[in-house]
Design a binder for this molecule. Structure first.
Ligand code: HEM
Length: 487
């Protein structure tokens, strides 16, 4: 069944279906790989535990996991920041260097870039008109591509200017296609060549600029400044779900609009040009922020992440042998009935509770208890998760961290991952999501195109290519609010 699952375009849904049947941890075999799939938040926390991951659990290097990504970004294929192992000293150096670009101080600059690119997108979508449906998934990716290009590398790709024919839009498309998995290998091969040339050109351009100025805070500048331990320089992201979900829930949309209107940010026939969005507005858009979190719960952009056991592991009372793989199934964790009330429903209000992202500590049901069928590796099963294996001598030792975790908050929502490999671009992604969605929603009303086949059709078109997206785009009519009453 696992091979059949793997060739499904919506292979992410298999993990959700199996988790519903087998629970928060189950074993499967994918080709010849032993894989443990996890969707219980406590067990996910154990696997992604920052103190454990550096040496006991690491990124897998087997070609089944990141080959496509590494091939598309370097020739010869080289592990990128996302696929390097913790054990590789290069990862630590690049992570440290790159993270300097994402400081809180730099977020204002990120907001400026995001606002400018959102403005451009609004202009391009207006010019396109409301009569023909537009692939909203593609155009918001163009916006994100421009933001990352400008904020990260001081490079304006202009993907948001000419949404389809421009060189930036083509580069963005190559990036999208470059992620294609095994069942679309041919498409991936075609994109690989163009993808490689995009990265090569960008690198040449950045190098040709010479040493970055002191005030230059871009990712490129920080990478150029980064040195390894010998003092040598180092060798040579989407938001479709939010727009869709908000547009499908009129009561939610009404609340978002009321929030935008209260801040004079909503376009209408009476106010065709509302005031521009400011950085300070982001923290006031509370309900919009709830909508974004709820969308990322139901449609996490990265539905699963991968790890490998570097030595025997004890997870949730099971002994997982060295060499086994973990899939931490973010999407299944986000949608399990065991941990979420009305898990399948889009309910932004739940996020008004500041503790919504954590497992309810008082709920005894929320603690994972190992049961029969998933007990594949149960050579030793104390069932309390309070022990672990010492990596240096292989001895089982008391795990004070696990006990500590039980008393502290465990996340049931982690769309950006968790632990030492958590998404480094999270601060930028958060600002850009809020700014771009606020800009689009304040200007347009969105209507799902008939060809999408309604809510059911959208659900059926979900496609997993490392990230999650509707297979043939998200076709929507974008109707300017300035021409129509906001009803
Ligand atoms: C909505 C937007 C985004 C989501 C949901 C997202 C999600 C994720 C997740 C789940 C991981 C962890 C992978 C793992 O643990 O195996 C990750 C890693 C990463 N992300 Fe993002 N990401 C987003 C945007 C961005 C942006 C805008 C950037 C950069 C400009 C970025 C750069 C990275 C990098 C470099 C890593 C690897 C970090 C490492 O392994 O040390 N991401 N992302």
């Amino acid at each position: 069944a696992a091979i059949k699952d793997l060739t499904r375009k919506d292979t992410h849904k298999c993990g959700i279906e199996h988790a519903a049947k087998h629970g928060g941890i189950y074993f499967t075999q994918i080709v010849h790989l032993n894989v443990v799939v996890i969707s219980d938040p406590h067990l996910a926390a154990e696997v992604l535990d920052r103190t454990k991951t550096p040496h006991m659990i690491d990124k897998p290097t087997e070609p089944q996991f990141y080959k496509m990504m590494d091939e598309g970004t370097a020739d010869p294929p080289t592990p990128s920041l996302i696929s390097t192992t913790n054990a590789d000293p290069y990862w630590k150096i690049v992570r440290k260097g790159t993270s300097r670009a994402f400081t809180v101080n730099n977020l204002r600059a990120a907001f400026e870039v995001s606002r400018n690119m959102s403005k451009r997108l609004v202009t391009a979508v207006k010019a396109y008109g409301a009569a023909k449906p537009l692939d909203l998934d593609a155009v918001v990716q163009n916006q994100a591509f421009d933001v990352i290009g400008e904020f990260g590398f001081s490079k304006d790709y202009e993907a948001t200017k000419d949404l389809w024919k421009g060189s930036g839009a083509k580069a963005c498309m190559a990036l999208k296609n470059g992620r294609m998995l095994a069942y679309q290998a041919e498409k991936h091969q075609q994109s690989k060549v163009s993808l490689l040339s995009i990265f090569k050109d960008l690198l040449q351009e950045v190098q040709a600029r010479g040493s970055p100025a002191e005030e230059d805070n871009s990712i490129a500048a920080h990478l150029m400044r980064t040195r390894d331990d010998k003092g040598q320089p180092i060798p040579d992201v989407r938001i479709w779900s939010e727009m869709y979900l908000i547009s499908q829930h009129s009561e939610v949309e009404a609340k978002v609009l009321a929030e935008l209107e209260s801040l004079q940010l909503l376009a209408s026939p009476q106010l065709p040009s509302p005031r521009p969005l400011e950085y300070a507005d982001l923290s006031k858009l509370t309900y919009l922020s709830c909508c974004i979190k709820e969308s990322m719960r139901l449609y996490p952009v990265v539905p699963m992440i991968f790890r490998k056991a570097m030595c025997d592991q004890r997870v949730g009372g099971y002994v997982i042998p060295k060499g086994a793989f973990f899939i931490v199934h973010i999407m299944a964790t986000h949608s399990t009935e065991r941990h979420w009330e009305r898990a399948a429903d889009f309910l932004p209000e739940r996020w008004l509770d500041p503790n919504c992202e954590y497992v309810r500590p008082v709920d005894p049901k929320s603690r994972y208890v190992p049961t029969g069928p998933a007990d594949i590796f149960a050579a030793d099963k104390p069932g309390n998760g309070k022990t672990t294996v010492n990596s240096s001598n292989g001895h089982i030792v008391a795990d004070s961290r696990a006990a500590h975790r039980q008393e502290h908050k465990v996340k049931r929502w982690f769309p950006y991952g968790e632990g030492n490999r958590q998404c480094i671009g999270m601060p930028l992604a958060r600002v850009n999501l809020q700014a771009s969605i606020a800009s689009l929603l304040s200007t347009f009303r969105f209507k799902l195109a008939d060809e999408m086949g309604g809510v059911e059709g959208v659900r059926m078109s979900e496609c997993y290519n490392i990230t999650l997206a509707p297979e043939k785009g998200l076709m929507m009519h974008c109707i300017p609010r300035a021409n129509h009453a906001n009803t």
